[in-house]
Ligand binder design. Structure first.
Ligand code: 5AD
Ligand code: SF4
Length: 468
């Protein structure tokens, strides 16, 4: 091998699934002898892992490549080289167009082709411009190399693990069924093996990822089909796994088994991201969401019956084509009824190729902005109320990074809020019981009770409902 290994720099846009994909590509590149560069300036390979879900995604990528092109030119002038690759959902959606509009790009690869990265890079090295946007038949995840113990440890005590990919729901606003393809569940055995490796390398919390994660229906090692609840129960039994989360779910796939798991499994964190998008039945129908407002409200009631202290999160789109003031009022009303611990909300943006993009009655931007501001004010108030309600409470956090001030560690509450605590550095990566002293808009402050040591509590203690 060459004395100076090649270096790479990955810039990731968008969702947690892209973060996981970027890690798997890092692992692939590391297995090929590449080393991580500390920035784009001195990298031999720059990889943009892109997102296409909302506005101007493609334009952002083109302007990013425009900046990199200058870097590429100066490196070439200095006798070095720099290859540019565009991966992710923009790559899938734009394909060849990227190379024609941005000739500085050497490789375009869609999300289903990451396991082919080494052979594609070999073609690039031979001087070819390569576009790979097929949906190959082989299991990409099985073909990607696993992270080494060192790589996992460097990423800390929390990890993402993609268990399901793609979507068959075809909401009329969404590009995912086109960019990620048909719904696919990884075999359970493969997931359990990956989780075991993560736990053996110090990971305490695993977040299972999928565009439609609660539709998970992978083949189990017993030859039967496993649902998400079954998979979660198996993962909870792995030594070292203290906390499990999953995201993102669709209301129609929230089965009784999964709801029951929230009441029964101490490892399953009492937090659920359950996008509703709108509170108006008329808009939900045009969105092709396949559920009504009542179905959602009923679901929330059943989930809360199983796990009364669960924190709910959601996604909302305002200004969908045809949305009237009355429709929007229904969304505000649903938010009032449910009471969310946190949420994401967006102005509708037309995605080329999706049915909603050509629907009549597109809502003008100023009206979208007005509705978004009203919704976000309400959601912010609910988030603040939820934070306030936790002051004085005790629960377990998992410390995952250093705080801004010396001597501080930041962990996550069971409800996914960042919690800032004065704590010894030795507690990094461990679970500790803390007491909340104050709530800010986006985080909590807490103290460690005297004599506290990380991980010295019963597993049940991290589940407030079971801890008593
Ligand atoms: N416009 C605005 N928001 C969108 N989302 C998905 N597609 C669009 C779009 N075209 C939002 C949805 C989804 C989240 C990931 O992004 O709320 O749940
Ligand atoms: Fe997109 Fe989610 Fe609808 Fe699938 S269920 S089409 S990923 S919004």
């Amino acid at each position: 091998m060459n004395d100076t290994p090649k270096t790479y720099f990955i810039k990731t846009f968008g969702c947690q699934m892209n973060v996981y994909d970027s890690q798997r590509m890092q692992d692939t590149l590391a297995a090929q002898g590449y080393a991580a560069a500390d920035g784009p300036d001195n990298a031999d390979l720059i990889l943009l892992n892109t997102c296409h879900i909302r506005e101007k995604a493609a334009e952002k990528v083109y302007s990013e490549v425009g900046r990199l092109r200058k870097l590429q030119a100066s490196r070439r002038a200095a006798g070095a080289d720099m290859r540019i690759a565009v991966a992710g959902c923009v790559a899938q959606a734009e394909g060849e167009e990227i190379i024609s509009r941005a000739p500085a790009v050497d490789l375009v690869l869609g999300p289903q082709s990451y396991h082919r990265l080494p052979s594609l890079l070999a073609r690039v090295a031979a001087g070819e411009k390569v576009v790979e946007t097929e949906f190959p038949v082989e299991d990409k995840f099985a073909a990607l190399p696993a992270a080494t113990d060192r790589q996992v440890r460097a990423r800390g005590a929390t990890a993402f693990l993609t268990v399901q990919e793609g979507c068959d729901k075809f909401c009329t606003f969404c590009v995912v069924p086109y960019t990620r393809g048909a719904e696919f569940s990884r075999p359970a055995g493969e997931i359990v093996a990956e989780a075991r490796r993560l736990a053996a390398s110090g990971v305490r919390e695993i977040t299972l990822l999928g565009q439609n994660v609660n539709a998970y229906h992978g083949e189990g090692p017993d030859g039967r089909e496993w649902n998400l609840a079954r998979l979660l129960r198996e993962l909870a039994g792995i030594e070292g796994v203290a906390r499990l989360r999953y995201t993102t779910s669709h209301p129609c796939d929230m089965d009784d088994d999964l709801i029951a798991a929230h009441g029964e499994m101490p490892e399953l964190m009492p937090y659920l991201h359950l996008p509703v998008q709108s509170g108006s039945d008329r808009i939900l129908a045009v969105m092709n969401r396949r559920h009504t407002r009542d179905l959602y409200l009923d679901l929330v009631a059943r989930i809360r019956a199983a796990c009364p202290h669960i924190a709910l999160s959601s996604d909302f789109i305002v200004g969908f084509p045809g949305e009237s003031d009355a429709d929007f009022a229904q969304t505000m009303d649903l938010v009032e009824q449910v009471g969310f611990a946190q949420a994401f909300s967006f102005k509708y943006s037309a995605r080329p190729g999706t049915p909603a993009a050509t629907m009549p009655d597109q809502v003008p931007e100023p009206l979208q902005a007005e509705r978004l501001a009203a919704l976000q004010a309400l959601l912010r108030r609910q988030q603040a109320d939820f934070g306030e309600s936790l002051v004085g409470r005790r629960f377990v956090v998992l410390f995952e990074r250093e705080g801004r001030k010396p001597g501080q560690l930041v962990g996550r509450s069971p409800y996914l809020q960042p919690v800032v605590v004065d704590a010894p550095a030795a507690l990094m990566g461990t679970l500790a019981r803390v007491e909340v002293t104050a709530a800010g808009p986006n985080s909590l402050l807490a103290t460690l009770p005297p004599g506290a040591t990380g991980d010295a509590m019963a597993r049940a203690a991290q589940h407030p409902a079971l801890a008593g």
